[in-house]
Design a protein around this ligand. Structure first.
Ligand SMILES: [Fe+2]
Length: 405
């Protein structure tokens, strides 16, 4: 715990937070904070990581020079918020799209404040040994998720996150993508990395593809203009049509909002173009080609958002700067996902929303007077979060596959 640096913590601009040389490279901890639990798939190590978490270590300098010269998708397209159709077209083609100015100055400031406050709660937990911070269970060092670090698994009890669910910039693009204004808010969270997060997070998908075409999904396909061709002598969509339906009608879409400019140095998220429609698994870190490691969203400015299909391969990258890279998010679901979702938005917060915002949050709002179990408790360790949620009347169960991760 380093109280001075936390008092002035901000999620943009230079900071003294991070770069803890006493947190070993690739160290992960279990739900109780025990280091290197040795479970397969538990915080996947980066075999190419620098040997030390030190700003001017030769390995770090070498990686920094490489990223300065090469990091970022060449010709990354960045849309304006009023380019609704273009944004949807790029989203369907690539599995994500970057749109600038999704947040105006006021909303950006509000979200920065909320993000900084939540992060402070995580970093002020006393750390073992000489370490500055407790690492989040199941993640690489200096990386946290606002969603999974919240004992309710979501952040919709916080006014800053709730204020982002229906923006004049985002709602038209989401309606275009889903082909309807009846899409859902599923949750909100986001991820961040501190300076000194020198390891690459493994490429992963947040949500798997069921390859099922329900009546609702078929309708969504018609709503976005997919022409339905059927197998001769049957009502069944033919293979090419089924593929288009699956490719272009995602179940979950997340908007991550940039709190600072994403630069070659501060851990821009990487997205693999077109991978939302692939049926294979992403490569493990040892097999990941260099072009994928460099396929990052360098150039997305503060206030922009990356609207991403949660099936697309993505991962966090090294933050070798002095700036915290925070990407809080809101997670949306297709109208055909049904009504059974965890109710993590308190009724009082729901009442503050716009009429459309209330409609979007219809399935995740709690009843009046009911506080969502775990909401308000932020802790890096899974064991502590489960205990808090249980104390507050929840089951404290783990929920896997959270889009927030
Ligand atoms: Fe993820």
């Amino acid at each position: 715990m380093v109280p001075d640096e936390l008092e002035t913590l901000e999620v943009h601009g230079d900071t003294a937070v991070g770069w803890d040389e006493h947190t070993p490279i690739n160290e992960t901890v279990d739900d109780e904070g025990k280091p290197f639990p040795g479970r397969p798939g538990f915080g996947v190590p980066d075999p190419r990581a620098p040997a030390a978490r030190v700003y001017d270590h030769p390995d770090v300098e070498k990686l920094r020079a490489h990223l300065r010269a090469n990091n970022g998708i060449r010709g990354l397209e960045i849309c304006d918020p009023d380019e609704v159709e273009r944004a949807a077209r790029i989203f369907r083609r690539d599995g994500f799209v970057v749109v600038r100015d999704l947040l105006d100055a006021e909303h950006l400031e509000l979200f920065r404040q909320g993000s900084a406050r939540a992060l402070r709660q995580l970093l002020e937990v006393p750390a073992p040994g000489k370490r500055k911070y407790v690492t989040e269970s199941g993640r690489l060092p200096h990386r946290y998720s606002y969603g999974t670090a919240s004992a309710s698994r979501q952040m919709l009890h916080e006014e800053e996150w709730a204020a982002m669910v229906d923006l004049p910039t985002t709602s038209p693009i989401l309606a275009e993508i889903f082909g309807s204004k009846d899409y859902l808010v599923l949750g909100a969270g986001g991820d961040l990395c501190l300076p000194g997060a020198v390891e690459y997070q493994h490429l992963h998908v947040d949500v798997g593809e069921s390859n099922q075409v329900s009546a609702g999904r078929l309708q969504a396909a018609k709503d976005i203009g997919i022409e339905i061709q059927t197998v001769e002598g049957s009502d069944e969509p033919d293979l090419a049509t089924r593929r288009r339906i699956v490719d272009f009608c995602p179940a979950v879409v997340t908007i991550n909002f940039a709190m600072c400019d994403l630069t070659w140095e501060n851990g821009p998220i990487r997205q693999i173009i077109g991978s939302h429609a692939w049926q294979m698994r992403p490569p493990p870190p040892a097999d990941e080609p260099e072009w994928m490691r460099l396929s990052t969203l360098v150039g997305a400015p503060a206030g922009a958002g990356v609207i991403r299909d949660n099936r697309a391969w993505h991962g966090a990258t090294p933050n070798l700067s002095r700036e915290i890279r925070s990407l809080p998010n809101v997670e949306y679901g297709a109208p055909w996902l049904g009504s059974k979702h965890k109710q993590t938005m308190p009724h009082d917060i729901w009442e503050t929303l716009t009429p459309h915002g209330k409609h979007l949050c219809r399935h995740i709002k709690a009843d009046p007077g009911v506080w969502p179990p775990g909401a308000g408790v932020m802790h890096p360790l899974g064991g502590e979060r489960r205990a808090a949620a249980k104390r507050m009347g929840g089951t404290g169960e783990r929920r896997h596959g959270s889009p927030g991760g």
